[in-house]
Design a protein around this ligand. Structure first.
Ligand code: KIV
Length: 286
């Protein structure tokens, strides 16, 4: 295990103040969390994107709080030191402030998360304020917000027009004023992200496909390693094609079992001759 210190909010704000970029990735399971811990990722998001990447749904909407808690617990076991953020799934915060606080509390109490994230702008500011007032650090999410993909016209860049960009900038201010410690900007133009980052006083801005000016960067883990077969977003950089490596291994396994080259002696267990002979005698006596 790595010896690094537990990431805290003051450490993240210090990085922001020092102009040192913050690293953030999604993560949904124990082994991946273990590797992210070793790599020293600052912030780990258990995203409701797990509905698509891990559970095979067409969207994030069917994901439940119980799904999220189970995955967040596994991730926490793999990365004890990252700043762990639980993503509030669809309808876990939209109905009311009280619903939002109760579900945010589950991430903290049941999965030892450090913070939660929810989607939406000024219309969600009261949820953010309520959760923050309960002592739970809260991250906002603006731009392409997948839970509202239908209303937004699909998975597309948000804020290309001046009026829409102005709304995203106003929403970011509303979230910061409500107490959000951070805001994720997903798929907004780089210059809109730059304005929001320059105007943020006490709020860490993270970019997903929104350019280099934010305080930190986020990628979806499955996009980084070619592990999501349905599509590859343009903004994602593939650092290694692990999906192809896995597929090659699986094909080789099928071939080796079929042609009797797997297993080899190092892949099975044996018993001593005398035990085997005694066994044969026992069976003969039956
Ligand atoms: O669920 C998720 O992984 C997210 C990303 C799109 C950042 O919210």
């Amino acid at each position: 295990m790595s010896e690094r210190k537990k990431v805290t909010l003051p450490m993240l704000f210090k990085k922001m103040a020092d102009g040192e970029p913050i690293t953030m990735l999604t993560c949904y399971d124990y082994p991946t969390a273990y590797f992210q811990e070793q790599a020293g990722i600052d912030m780990v998001l258990v995203g409701d994107s797990l509905g698509m990447t891990m559970l095979g749904y067409e969207s994030t909407l069917p994901v439940t709080m119980d799904d999220m808690i189970r995955h967040a617990q596994a991730v926490r076991r793999g990365t004890p030191n990252a700043w762990l953020i639980g993503d509030m799934p669809y309808m876990s915060y939209q109905p009311s402030v009280e619903t939002a606080i109760r579900n945010a509390g589950r991430f903290m109490a049941e999965a030892a998360c450090d913070a939660i994230k929810l989607e939406g702008g000024a219309e969600m500011a009261d949820r953010v304020a309520g959760i923050v007032a309960s002592g739970i650090p809260t991250m906002g999410h603006l731009g392409l917000t997948p839970q509202s993909a239908s209303a937004l016209g699909g998975f597309r860049v948000q804020g290309r027009g001046a009026l829409q960009a102005k709304k995203i900038i106003d929403d970011a201010k509303a979230l910061e004023e409500a107490g959000a410690f951070a805001i994720l900007l997903e798929m907004v133009p780089d210059r809109v992200c730059q304005i929001i980052t320059e105007r943020a006083e006490d709020c860490i801005i993270i970019s997903l496909g929104s350019g280099p000016h934010a305080h930190g960067q986020l990628l979806i883990y499955h996009d980084m390693f070619g592990l999501y077969p349905r599509f590859k977003p343009r903004m994602a950089k593939v650092y290694a094609d692990a999906g192809q490596v896995i597929l090659n291994g699986l094909k080789q396994y099928v071939e080796e079992v079929t042609n009797h080259t797997f297993p080899q002696p190092e892949n099975w267990f044996t018993m001593k001759d005398e035990e085997y002979e005694e066994l044969v005698e026992l069976l003969d006596k039956e």
